[in-house]
Design a protein around this ligand. Structure first.
Ligand code: ADP
Ligand code: MG
Length: 665
């Protein structure tokens, strides 16, 4: 047996169990070894029966004297037994395991681990873990040591996993280390064989930590190698067109903008234009808080592409955002006689005619555009499908330069691993004059006060208000029940705000209905827009100055921050009201952080520490990897493994056991 052997080579693992293992990502013996325990119970103290005192967690080695099934007065089936060693005897009790008497019959030697308690007035072991002692010399697996507990999913018990890991470890011929000796020495890591042993069969917790660090390093190294491999593959793609940059015209364009660019924006533009003039396709991620001004950077790229006689494509996640981009592009590029098309579901392929810039949703664009002359593509606000979107753009005829833009503040550690294949530009500063949005966590009993306050904001300040209801289920798409719930909230609010004009927006509306509502809000025919969160983050309505978010604890902090960014876009003092039933504990503390922190990056780092990446980026399906062994908080290990990965790519010969893996990605 080898690390690469399939799990089915172990005894008693047929297709059924193999499928269960596969569900938790375990296909090979290697995967099994990297399936680390979630915790350990300390059964390492082995004592003679006479020395036991109640409250202790111990292991005894004893002989079964008697055992039988009995019924308690409440009808509970119990297994009661008596066991003894040279020093004395003790009662043992289990519940609801009538089959036990078949395995643990009188005369058998057993190792029992559990907590000592009382049964009536006698000392007793209740529901101990057990294993048969066939040979006193053989080390025990489930008792008498620091026993690893594995997460139990898909009907795989911790005990079963433990047994299989032991079998695999005993049957494997040799565990070849991927890392050469001198690397291990330099990184102060132990060899793979010892690491696997120490994690699954530790003598003590300190030893386990050392083993775990090695496996964590491997996990991160693997992520880095994959992303670096993706990066190399991308760079090898044939470019649609090299786009030499006409500095004079670009500078003219920048000068004519209705605002002065921030330094961050200038830097990002330089990086993008620099990429565009290279002979390899750009693959860059532009990260910037909501409102930091990403669109204008895409516009400059599209303008540079136009100057070279090629086309650009701007992909937005929703039709509403596509329309907004269309307006922005038209305004900013007005002086240059550039043909810009908005692609809607109604438009036909032929009607598109010849255009310089296409703007639409991902879906529509892929259906309707011939990419032959497209040399620059922008993917906006789409962290979830970015990878797939980019893969679609690789064509034999040529691959365009790709700029992915996101308002999701991706913490450094994640950018280094999962997004390691992308070059990164970050907009660190906001345009001048942006105000902080005053944020309050509002308890339920202040709800009616808050409503009165909102009425005043509308009446006296001419403000417009967003009210956001969360999705009911943990998913990215709106379900029918989400629509029902936002609709019933809307009916309730109509009664409370009887003198105000309300609009309802959710993802199940037809696109012309959406447009009507949204335009109504934009033109101030609506005071309060009641909406689900899927309806777009990037929307720009300068007169909206209050956003109220229901059940705020159900959002990640980065998500809340994005929602909050819908207000504060004009010159009105703006507010964010977070409603929540939580008045203490972790959920409450997280929300309170929204009152003090106003940078998406800080909030994302905070949430990463408190809850992990799945939560930051919305739901569990967000496509971000959960680390199984390493932790996102271990920046040092993430950096070290990144440096090693870079060296592996640069000097593959130094790592003979590692580079073949790299080839397969
Ligand atoms: P986001 O990064 O969220 O996509 P946008 O590109 O939509 O942000 O920009 C938000 C608003 O800020 C727009 O109205 C845009 O015209 C404006 N804007 C962009 N850059 C600047 C700047 N340097 N100074 C002032 N306003 C700017
Ligand atoms: Mg935007």
């Amino acid at each position: 047996m080898y690390l690469d052997s399939g799990i089915q080579e172990l005894s008693k693992i047929g297709p059924v169990f193999a499928r269960k293992f596969e569900k938790i990502g375990i296909k090979s013996v290697r995967d099994l070894f990297y399936h680390v325990p979630t915790r350990y119970v300390d059964y390492s103290q082995i004592l003679p029966i006479s020395k036991l005192s109640p409250g202790q967690t111990v292991t005894i080695h004893a002989k079964i004297n008697s055992i039988k099934n009995i019924y308690s007065r409440r009808g509970l089936k119990m297994q009661i037994g008596s066991v003894s060693d040279n020093s004395g005897k003790i009662t043992v009790l289990w519940f609801n395991q009538p089959f036990l008497i078949k395995t643990l019959y009188p005369g058998r030697s057993v190792s029992l681990s559990g907590k000592v308690s009382f049964f009536g007035k006698q000392k007793c072991l209740t529901s101990p873990d057990y294993e048969i002692l066939t040979d006193e010399e053989k080390p025990t697996v489930h008792t008498g040591r620091l026993v690893p507990i594995y997460s139990e999913t898909s009907g795989l018990s911790s005990k079963w996993i433990r047994t299989k890991i032991k079998e695999a470890y005993q049957s494997i011929e040799k565990i070849d280390d991927y890392l050469p000796k001198n690397t291990l020495e330099k990184e102060k890591l132990i060899d793979l064989n010892s690491a696997i042993y120490k994690v699954h069969f530790p003598k003590n917790l300190r030893e386990m930590e050392v083993g775990r660090e090695r496996l964590a390093f491997d996990e991160l190294l693997n992520l880095h190698l994959k992303s670096l491999y993706r990066k190399n593959t991308w760079k090898k793609n044939k470019l649609t067109a090299k786009l030499p940059i006409n500095k004079t015209s670009i500078n003219q364009f920048i000068k004519n903008l209705p605002f002065v660019l921030t330094n961050s924006q200038m830097n990002a533009i330089d990086e993008v234009l620099d990429d565009m003039s290279k002979p390899t396709p750009m693959n860059r991620l532009l990260e910037g808080d909501v409102g930091s001004g990403k669109t204008v950077i895409a516009t400059v790229g599209a303008f540079a592409t136009f100057l070279n006689g090629f086309q650009s494509v701007i992909m937005a996640p929703t039709q509403i955002l596509a329309e907004q981009h269309y307006q922005t592009f038209k305004t900013l590029l007005a002086p240059f006689n550039i043909r810009i098309s908005l692609i809607t579901s109604g438009i036909k392929k032929i009607e598109l005619g010849r255009s310089d810039i296409f703007i639409g949703t991902h879906a529509l664009i892929h259906q309707k555009i011939n990419f032959d002359k497209v040399a620059f593509v922008v993917i906006d606000e789409q962290h979830r499908f970015g990878v797939e979107q980019r893969a679609h753009l690789v064509k034999k005829s040529g691959t365009p330069h790709v700029l992915t833009m996101t308002a999701t503040p991706i913490p450094r550690t994640i950018a280094l691993t999962t997004y390691g294949d992308l070059d990164l530009s970050i907009l660190k500063e906001m345009p001048k004059g942006r105000q902080k949005i005053t944020t309050w966590v509002v308890p339920e009993q202040k709800r009616s006060d808050a409503y009165e306050w909102i009425k005043k904001q509308i009446k006296e300040g001419g403000s417009q208000i967003f009210i956001v209801c969360p999705l009911i289920e943990d998913s990215d798409i709106e379900t029918l029940s989400d629509v029902k719930s936002v609709t019933s909230e809307f009916e309730k609010l109509k009664k409370i705000f009887s003198k105000q004009r309300l609009g309802l927006l959710h993802g199940r509306l037809k696109s012309n209905e959406k447009d009507k509502i949204l335009n109504g809000f934009r033109n101030h025919q609506i005071d309060i827009l009641v909406t689900t969160p899927v309806v777009e983050v990037g929307i720009d309505i300068p007169n909206a100055s209050v956003i109220l978010i229901e059940a705020a604890e159900r959002f990640g902090l980065a998500g809340l921050h994005q929602l909050r960014g819908r207000v504060g876009r004009g010159d009105k003092k703006s507010y964010c009201l977070l409603f929540s039933n939580f008045h203490s504990g972790n959920a409450y503390r997280r929300l309170k952080a929204m009152e003090t922190y106003h940078s998406g990056f800080e909030l994302a780092e905070l949430d990463l520490k408190m809850r992990g990446p799945g939560e930051i980026f919305g739901t569990a399906q967000s496509g971000f990897p959960e680390l199984k062994i390493a932790s996102w908080g271990n920046i040092e290990l993430i950096k070290r493994s990144r440096e090693l990965a870079e060296d592996v790519v640069k000097n593959p010969k130094k790592y003979p056991n590692l580079s073949p893996k790299l080839e397969t990605g």
